[in-house]
Write a protein that binds this ligand. Sequence first.
Ligand code: CP3
Length: 343
Amino acid sequence: MNKILLKTLLGHKFKTPPIWLMRQAGRYLPEYKETRKKAGSFLDLCYNPKLATEVTLQPLRRFDLDGAILFADILLIPNALGQHLEFIEGKGPSLKPIKNFSDYKNLNEVNKIHDILNPVYDAVSNIKSKLEKNITFIGFAGSPWTVSTYMIEGQGSKDHIKTKTFMLQHPEIFDKLILKIEKATVEYLSKQIVAGVDAIKIFDSWAGSLPGHYLEKYSLNPMKNIAKELKKRFPKIPLIVFPRGVGPMYEKFSKMKEFNCIAIDSNIDITWAKNNIQKNSVIQGNLDPAYLVSGGKDLVNKTIDIVEKFSTASHIFNLGHGITPNAKIENVELLIKTIKDKI
Ligand code: CP3
């Protein structure tokens, strides 16, 4: 097996760390924009196996990356559970928000999600058949907490006040919702694995907005349950967790034995992470995506700093969050050259 990313997830260490980038397929690539136009809407792109395959492969044609991430979205689960979803140009996702028990009751049964998600599994097998043998193929889903914020807010939010108020005022309904997303996510990820992904990542992009002990209850525990079930079904498939924004609580997340790797955001100090996290788990991260806009010496120096700090144990190079639409292609090239050629 020559998949160095997969081997690193399993605890091997290479002189040069493997690299992939969150949101490596996306609007900073002109060929993505073209395929996206051809597809019609963003959702049409996600549910078109041929075009989803095309955009998954686009960054690999341009860059010397070690991993491919399935082109899909964390909001396909709410959509598959029956929630109306669209992506509005310049505004982002828009869903019909869940406000009460009757909205919750109207969601589809978990076993119905595949009726909608089948094209995603077709995309996985299609991508699998086209990937070079040295590329690690990553499947993914959102965490129950992060997905619930979109289901309740009905759109992206910075403070998640509606979701947290719902959680505090209607704990019985909220618990049911979290459990339902958890169960749907296990089934969704299991099908991705059967269709051919090599590893799984769970994005908890909004973990950082949960207060106090709720972080453990609604972020950590549901993700742990998902990971436990996946490990029972597929013991060999490595799992990555990304509890973005949890600060010093990263240490606790990194001790979950069910996950092989923890992705750290750009706010985390790399020396602290090396001393407190890397001893518990394989580490992934954590260049700020802004360096891919600004480029130059700063990008080179920061990249070398991250690679050197994490070089004593297993490390996968990545950003601390998704690449932005204004990232420059030449800067992505410079980043990869810096890592692979050690300039
Ligand atoms: O290349 C990849 O990383 C694979 C595909 C991928 C997308 N979204 C494609 C996408 C992945 C892994 C995601 C995850 C995702 N989606 C997250 C978790 C990671 C994170 O960024 O925190 C979240 C929170 C979402 C929800 C989501 N999807 C939002 C809030 C938005 C709108 C914001 C935006 O960037 O426009 C999306 C849209 C989206 N998902 C785009 C892409 C390429 C842009 C849509 C477009 O083409 O217009």
